[in-house]
Design a protein around this ligand. Sequence first.
Ligand code: NAD
Length: 502
Amino acid sequence: MSNLNELAATLRLPAEPLRTPMFIDGKDYAGNTGEFVTRKSPGHGVPVTATPRACVDDLNAAVASARRAFDDGRWSRLSGEQRATVLLKTARLIRDKVETLAYLETLESGKPIGQSRGEINAAAGIWEYAAGLARVVHGDSHDTLGADLFGLTVRQPIGVVGIVTPWNFPFFILSERLPFVLAAGCTAVVKPAELTSTTTLKLAALLTEAGLPDGVVNVVTGLGAVVGQALAEHMDVDMMSFTGSTPVGRSVLAAAGGNMKKVGLELGGKNPQIVFADADLDDAADAIAFGICFNAGQCCVSGSRLVVHRSVEEELVARVKAVFEKVRVGDPLDASNHVGAIVEARQFDKIRGFIDAGRRDGAQLVHGGESTSHGERFFIQPTLFRNVQPQSALAQEEIFGPVLSVTSFDTFEEAIQLANGVPYGLAASIWTRDLQGAISSFREVQAGRIWVNCTITGGPEMPIGGVKQSGIGRETGRYGVEEYTELKSVHVQLGKRPRWIA
Ligand code: NAD
């Protein structure tokens, strides 16, 4: 058994950081700097992995490799069936490696090991789904242009795609983008978050094992401000798929202006849980607790604002608090814990700053608020604030931690106004037994993803993405593959073209 397999099987911490090189042109690539980013497990406070700190020259080598691979058609000109075969084989290899990938994911991200296993398995399912789409991408025909003209639309791969991913769901978010990029026939340069790069590098090696031609997927690691920025600016990149914070998304949009590359942005959220008076409060309470505790609240779609009808507010808050009391926070390698570590010191301090601001602004702390960073291990208890003012920082800003703020409403209009009263529009949950009320709500709520009587659930069939400052474009579903294509219209003259000058 290799060292990594053994560590994953026994869930022991590595004695020294596990080093993984970059991946360019189908081969391991050390990079030009000789420097590494060493990652300490946020759940254990010890160094666990090291990945190269790339420079712009390394990034240029990766883009050149992806450019060559796209331009010579080694992937884009394969049949959908051939592409699907590689994607399916990748899915199988991911399933074979669930234990090691989940172990690495937990070490770097701090999420509970059971959750990591679930995410890796679910990611394999996305690869399987996207494999089918490789054979489905198609255009249209237009037989309405008159007797002499026939129209076609053809979907073609957009080219070289730069993919930048965040640290909160490193493998899963990559799997919501990369298989669709590949199904479309594109090539890619991936820049994972510097805190959580290892599973992305491991996936690159699996792709080669699955038969992906060299150069089709290249992975460059290192700092976002250096290699992420250079990728977004690069004149040989045809599209950027960026997932991360709204401020960095804004800078990616600006950087993409050089060659006017297409940009897909999946950004932050401040997602409401809207609970009407007739809702099943037991169900809602459990889901609301899950929606803010899952991944320690570090999800773009975390339900961080509870917007509840005044008549049931007290009862619902009591029920959410009762669920919070049962949530176990601690060592992410202990499968009995529900919530693991906060990803790093900076994020930990930011969340605590919001908790302090909530106290200062006069919100009522109903539960939690405690945190510990002993031994560079970062944990925060689920925290619940009542009487939160709609314009306060707690209610307006993306905290990205297990902090739920409660605001109440009296009328439907007020509920919608509160739900929409933030700069974001990523996701929303609606809780009611009234079908008409649910439909009226989802018509009015500004969000890319809506859940009715559920939260943070779905499948790769459904598109994801945001409105307002939560992003541009959609990932996953058949829309997810179409995002990575260009639509070309073709006009075919039938018979002789009428003369301009007779
Ligand atoms: P971040 O914006 O700091 O970093 C995201 C990625 O961008 C990282 O890989 C980073 O290295 C890179 N980066 C940093 N500066 C860059 C630059 N100038 N140019 C190009 N790339 C750069 O975000 P984060 O802290 O890693 O993740 C948390 C944020 O991501 C939250 O705001 C969260 O809501 C958002 N997010 C959104 C979604 C979604 O689908 N909408 C999913 C997950 C996370």
